[in-house]
Design a protein around this ligand. Sequence first.
Ligand code: NAD
Length: 370
Amino acid sequence: MPLKVGVVGLRGIGQTHCQCHSTNPLAQLVAVCDVIKQRADEMAAKHKVKAYYRLKDMLDAHPDLDIVDVCTGGYENGSWHFEPTMEALSAGKHVLCEKPLSNDIGEAREMVRFAAEKKVYLGCNLNHYFTPTAERAKKYMDEGNIGETVNLLFKVGFHGGEETYGFSKSPRFNQPYAHMKAFLTHPFSVMRYFCGDITHVQTFSTKPGFRKNKGDLLLSVNSVHVRFANDTVGYLLSHRGDAVFGLGGWWSCEVAGSRGTFCIENCIEKLTYWPAPKKGEGYGLGSAPKPEVLDTGIKDFGDTFPRRINAFLEDVTNGVPREHLRSSGRDALATLEYIFAVIESYESGGKMVRPKALPTIHGDPSVENI
Ligand SMILES: NC(=O)c1ccc[n+]([C@@H]2O[C@H](COP(=O)([O-])OP(=O)(O)OC[C@H]3O[C@@H](n4cnc5c(N)ncnc54)[C@H](O)[C@@H]3O)[C@@H](O)[C@H]2O)c1
């Protein structure tokens, strides 16, 4: 039996989610909701489902709904997530929420706490590592071909520069921390996927002159130095369309280890793996081991959406223990704790900050055999 899904928030991303559910055999899209009537009506007509203009009405009309998929946005792309998520959780529904979980750390903590209390799944659309590149990279790690991780380097940016820059007064993004809150959840989620929890954060943030001259409040360039719990050190450089990125494309992630190093380029497009030299096999400067390259041929980042949504549908269908849910609300909360540590570090002139630890996992005696 496919899972019955209702999608809330039907602008660009909500439309993408509707399409994913409509074409996935694990799901049955049954209802859509947007406070803007025209958006709801158009999506309902396209997918031949019912339109609603208030989540309460959708929940009342479909008591058998399994999943509410929250695709609202708001200030810093996250101020409209809390209310619909809490309403759906209250009704006992599983929730898939777009990232960031919220633009408010207190709200995000409460969402995770409340989902655990209600014993339902809360997932987040941390789609950047639901890719063949990340999957292959993880396999290199699991098979011991990376060894002990030494360092991680993440670069992410949108193509841009002073010629193409356009100042927007919208409060959605004309805020100092909008890029950090709306976007850093993605690179942090990938960094944590490969190297685990981050325990130390130190940040410098700035913006180029062409932004300053317009009075743009957004801190668009973020230079973040981190340390992971497993002692790996890492670096994240992120900008929002202030330059052309160069090597590695719009995002690259290199993880170097004692037995090998990999680098993902353009998120979903390419993975390169370099094995470390074996005993008696040295490499001088200028020479290098022969790399293995996985070129997926996929250029469209949009391919990450059906992959991630399919993983959520699989996990809910299979009834996995809640703490095993891939890309869970708790995973998303971790990235927000790092983001709020980034902000605190910036505000204190680059002080080293320890992100708040995640809530303890208690386990569920009814499903787990400890
Ligand atoms: N995972 C990714 O790769 C990715 C990429 C881009 C955007 N996003 C995220 O997707 C989300 C949505 O982005 P967008 O640009 O489509 O959003 P948006 O803010 O432009 O649109 C949200 C829609 O939700 C509706 N809405 C808001 N509150 C509502 C409520 N309580 N009930 C019903 N409808 C409501 C609005 O009317 C609007 O149509 C954002 O959180 C953004 O961060 C994710």
